[in-house]
Design a protein around this ligand. Structure first.
Ligand SMILES: Nc1nc2c(ncn2[C@@H]2O[C@H](COP(=O)(O)OP(=O)(O)OP(=O)(O)O)[C@@H](O)[C@H]2O)c(=O)[nH]1
Ligand SMILES: [Mg+2]
Ligand SMILES: [Zn+2]
Length: 331
């Protein structure tokens, strides 16, 4: 049997692909190059941890590296990629192309910086987890994520967790009503007692859902309730320095629900550095629905502004104004 020189083949392939990548910047790919790439099947990125990528490829999760021409590319959990499978036992799968994103959830470290990072790609929904005993900071965070989700084409769902910790549920109910009034689904859960978990599984069915929220609100605990076999590390106060327990995003399938869940590390802030101040109102559904005279009204007393007579929740309006000020300061 003739010996196939894998290395030589690889080099040839890398060169080829390098040319291809160069062409991509200028003119469309040649037919032959395109066909060559399209020979490779699609995979889905399911974990990214300090440059270590794992892809779901034909039902298997494989570690993968970038092909030479793709070096320096950043992928996120949920990304669709073309994969060249391993060619021999010690070979690793290679990512040869990053495919277009249908949706993207972006955040920046703070509003002034445009060091945007992709939290998740191609997810249908972002589930924002709030702790029932910290609803004030939680809802301000939620209002930010809702803007980013709207920009990136995702739906938002809200999960108010740790409800076992509050004796009086009045505030939980008020917050739920505030968001339901603007078309956002709210679920109330306790990952500790199991309350509300079955109900919360419904909106996840058939979708890719990414969890986000401050550190310690219980994202991973919920994840473990929903995907018991995941056995993800849950934070105990004081362990691991006490703060962020989950260090990398990871997608897991729930076969029973035909769903994918993405657990992500807790974040302190959800910056909107890539947004222009004038675009903000369009991503607050209740403001976008106003019928002001100016199409790009930012609702600061312009002639013909209808904000006065509208019933916008004061906390939402306050969030809008804070965000507007932050984006202006950064611009
Ligand atoms: N009382 C109560 N405690 C909870 C609940 N959910 C989670 N916890 C506890 O809260 C702490 C943090 O939970 P995690 O699931 O690690 O929180 P996380 O959001 O994944 O945190 P990061 O990974 O740091 O972002 C742990 O001690 C959990 O046991 C809940 O519903 N009720
Ligand atoms: Mg976690
Ligand atoms: Zn207006």
């Amino acid at each position: 049997m003739p010996r196939i020189d894998i290395e030589a083949l690889e080099d040839e392939w890398e060169e080829d692909h390098h040319l291809l990548a160069q062409r991509r910047r200028s003119d469309p790919l040649s037919q032959a190059a395109r066909e060559r790439l399209e020979d490779y099947a699609e995979g889905r990125v399911v974990a990214v941890d300090k440059g270590q990528v794992r892809v779901l490829y034909e039902g298997e999760v494989l570690p993968a590296r970038f092909s030479g021409a793709m070096r320096g590319t950043k992928v996120a959990v949920g990304d669709r990629v073309r994969v060249r499978p391993p060619r021999h036992e010690t070979d690793e799968a290679r990512i040869v192309e990053l495919l277009g994103r249908r949706t993207v959830l972006l955040r920046t470290a703070d509003d002034a910086l445009d060091d945007e990072r992709v939290v998740v790609a191609n997810a249908d929904t972002v589930a924002v987890v709030l702790a029932a005993d910290y609803l004030d900071v939680g809802t301000r965070f939620l209002d930010r994520v809702m803007v980013s989700a709207s920009v990136g084409g995702l739906d938002t769902a809200v999960c108010i967790n740790k409800v076992d910790l509050v004796a009086d549920r009045g505030e939980v109910e008020q917050v739920a009503a505030r968001y339901e009034a603007i078309g956002v689904g709210v679920w109330v859960t306790s990952a500790r007692t199991g309350e509300g978990i079955d109900e919360f599984a419904h909106p996840l069915t058939g979708c890719w859902t990414a969890f986000t929220g401050h550190s310690g609100v219980g994202k991973t605990s919920l994840f473990n309730r929903l995907v018991p076999e995941a056995g993800r590390e849950v934070g105990e106060i004081g362990r691991f320095g006490g703060r962020h327990t989950t260090v990398a995003a990871r997608a897991m399938r729930i076969p029973a629900l035909d769903a994918w869940l993405v657990d992500t590390p807790g974040v302190r802030s959800f910056g909107l550095g890539t947004l222009r101040p004038t675009e903000l109102a369009g991503h607050f559904p209740e403001l976008a629905a106003l019928d002001c005279e100016l199409d790009d009204c930012i609702h600061e007393g312009e002639p013909g502004c209808t904000l006065e007579g509208a019933s916008i929740h004061p906390a939402r309006l306050d969030s809008y104004r804070r965000l507007l000020a932050a984006l202006r300061e950064a611009a």
